[in-house]
Design a protein around this ligand. Structure first.
Ligand code: NI
Ligand code: MN
Length: 225
């Protein structure tokens, strides 16, 4: 069995046995991180792009738990300078870990640190852990090549941004689900700030009858598969 805990915004902890893969750990500065965010014990951290609401506590957690941060080469290099253990990679790269595999795919977005624009390229992650295949889309607009991710694997859970403004909205996330052919959608990157407010009703209406299950986790809630 595996556990997928939503830690607010785009942060998730994927747990299987002794392994914990933490994705986009925006925790200590996040207005929506749950108290359980203080209990993370990552064995691997994945960072989709350099924006602060995705890098979050990656450096501090890497130092504390002696775990690597996997991100695009340029982002990893900068996090390494701050003292993180890193695995520099790029779109198309696939990596074996004791728990399973991680493959990096595209995202249509931007990637910059507060003081440095255009660092690396934004990415998304296909993670195989235990018997489950999960896709974390990072921050992205809708784009056709999401169909290639759908061809790569049978996706049990797709974590997709739905807040609009900086990413795709709910309407486009439903189209993304069609390309990904995923069984379940867990929405993310919404209700963190006022300008990305989305109601549950709105999501339910958009997703009803589309051939997948909408699972809107509240921060601190988990999905077990
Ligand atoms: Ni972003
Ligand atoms: Mn973001």
């Amino acid at each position: 069995m595996m556990e997928i805990e939503f830690l607010g915004h785009s942060a998730f902890a994927l747990r299987h046995g002794e392994d914990e893969v933490l994705i986009d750990p925006y925790l200590s500065d996040s207005p929506t991180a749950p108290p359980s965010a203080q209990k993370v014990r990552p064995t691997l951290i994945l960072v989709t792009h350099a924006h602060g609401d995705h890098v979050g506590d990656a450096v501090e957690l890497s130092k504390r738990f002696h775990c690597p941060v996997l991100s695009t080469f340029e982002v990893a290099a900068r996090l390494a300078k701050r003292g993180a253990e890193t695995l520099g990679a790029n779109i198309g790269g696939e990596f074996e870990f004791p728990f399973g595999r991680v493959k990096m795919f595209n995202a249509v977005h931007s990637s910059s640190f507060e003081d440095l624009y255009g660092v690396g390229t934004p990415s998304s992650f296909l993670v195989t852990m235990g018997d489950c295949t999960l896709f974390h889309a990072g921050d992205t607009a809708l784009f056709g090549d999401l169909a290639l991710v759908g061809e790569e694997a049978d996706i049990d859970v797709a974590m997709l941004p739905v807040g609009g403004v900086f990413t795709m909205d709910v309407k486009d996330a439903v189209k993304a689900m069609k390309l990904l052919k995923a069984k379940r959608m867990v929405p993310m990157h919404y209700n963190t700030w006022k300008d990305i407010t989305v109601s549950y009703e709105e999501m339910r209406k958009a997703c009803d009858g589309r051939g997948f299950e909408l699972i809107a986790l509240k921060p601190g809630e988990s999905l077990r598969l």
